[in-house]
Design a protein around this ligand. Structure first.
Ligand code: LLP
Length: 421
């Protein structure tokens, strides 16, 4: 038995009314009627508020991690709010450049950057290239010169184990990312990079994982980085992304402001008061700004439980299947009703694992044809969406001040067929 959904999981501008929920001044019922379902709805005010909060909490050069959610409109929004953007592949780099973000505001990551990706970054004069491995350093030696320079950070693994799911934990020594501090590789990488004319090394970078609620792991990492770089006279340190968000009732996460304040204090204590303090939040900027609208297609009671199937599933939200992530659901037309009925909310894909919420609570009356929404789907939903079972990707709308704008249209069967030779 669950009460009505708590507004804390909804975007900042959400208004819960008697028979509808309004976000950004736009009715969710009307959005579903206009754009169809499944539909990602992003509240632009929430996106802008979180992006501006991140920009204020850290120093200039703090970046939005585009892997969490990327389209042209999102890249521009992050840029307008004063953030750099971090890309991890040539595809992300291409999109942010098409969107008009200047290369001087792009940070290029990747644990296996191709020569073409390195050339594109160097030729465009990106803000920072984050160097990951010795093979990349060897490639840079052939590409960079005094007349073809590049600004870098070195990615290191601090040996900190974050309290999060194993697949999204990255700071530990046994990792495919970065140079190990304890083995001496990180020190050797710094020396090698310093020997390449044209490379300017600004500092070190560490990313310990994602969906982290406790700030102590970030603080420990910062201290380790401070100790490691004492005497290097670097001017930047980047703590990566990873700040967690609340997905279900009962969870609570520190704000971006608290994250920045805690790290700023730790940096000062560790002797980094004059070093630019940077981060790369993704999830904490976009997750709670969005919700997904689905239409219920069938309700099937079996002996063990009731299955409620909607018109999306693991193709638009693979996180429950991949990480066992929890979500809440609410009935858009009955947002104030008690959610007294337990059921399994599933998608339309051809496998039993296609579960959106293992035990969802919805009002007794919710049934076929109704609109069900899952909040906090703004991060790693659309960006990890697939066409499994040749299901087209949903449309994405941004809502603000009573107006909806489609920033990504729904895929069509023609789109899906376009790669046929
Ligand atoms: N910086 C680096 C180097 C990263 O690898 C990541 C995320 C971020 C920043 C942004 O982290 P965030 O603030 O979003 O936690 N698909 C998984 C999350 C994978 C995170 C990968 N790296 C999920 O859905 O939980």
């Amino acid at each position: 038995m669950a009460g009505p959904l708590l507004p804390t999981l909804l975007p900042d501008t959400a208004q819960v009314l008697e028979g509808d929920v309004v976000v950004g001044g736009v009715s969710l019922t009307e959005l579903a009627a206009t754009y169809g379902t499944p539909l990602f709805v992003y509240d632009e005010a929430t996106l802008r508020a979180r992006a501006a909060e991140a920009a204020a909490a850290f120093d200039d050069g703090v970046a939005f991690a585009t892997k969490s959610f990327l389209c042209g409109a999102m890249a521009r929004l992050a840029h307008e709010e004063g953030l750099c953007v971090d890309v991890a592949t040539g595809g992300e780099f291409d999109l942010v450049r098409r969107a008009g973000v200047p290369a001087s505001r792009v940070i290029v990551h990747g644990n296996n950057k191709s020569e073409a990706e390195l050339v594109a970054a160097i030729d465009a004069h990106v803000h920072r290239l984050v160097v990951d491995n010795f093979d990349e350093i060897a490639r840079l030696r052939g590409l960079v010169s005094a007349t073809r320079p590049v600004s870098c950070l070195v990615r290191v693994t601090p040996g900190v184990e974050a309290h999060t799911h194993e697949f999204i934990r990255t700071g530990q020594e046994d990792s495919k990312f970065g140079f190990s501090l304890s083995s001496g590789d990180a020190r050797r990488a710094i020396e090698e990079l310093r020997s390449i004319p044209g490379v300017t090394l600004h500092g070190v970078h560490a990313h310990i994982g994602s969906q982290i609620f406790e700030l102590d792991g970030f603080v420990a990492t910062l201290r380790i980085l401070a100790d490691f770089t004492r005497g290097d006279s670097f001017d930047e340190v980047c703590i990566g992304g990873g700040l967690g968000v609340a997905y279900v009732e009962g969870e609570s996460a520190p704000s971006l402001t608290e994250w920045g304040r805690t790290l700023r204090a730790a940096a000062a204590e560790a002797g980094l008061a004059t070093t630019r303090l940077l981060a790369e939040p993704g999830r904490s900027i976009v997750a709670s700004a969005a919700l997904t609208l689905y239409r219920v297609g069938t309700v099937k009671p079996v002996a063990a439980r009731t299955y409620m199937a909607v018109d999306g599933g693991m193709s638009d939200n693979p996180r429950p299947v991949l990480y066992g992530s929890g979500y809440e659901a609410f009935d858009v037309a009955r947002p104030l009703a008690e959610r007294s009925r337990s059921l399994r909310l599933v998608g339309k894909h051809c496998e039993s694992g296609d579960v959106i919420i293992d035990e969802a609570w919805l009002p007794e009356a919710t049934g076929v044809g109704d609109l069900v929404a899952t909040p906090v789907t703004g991060a790693y939903g659309y960006s990890m969406a697939s066409n499994y079972n040749r299901v087209p990707r949903p449309a994405v709308v941004f809502v603000a001040d009573g107006v909806a704008r489609e920033v990504l249209r729904r895929e069509t069967f023609e789109d899906l067929a376009r790669l046929e030779a």
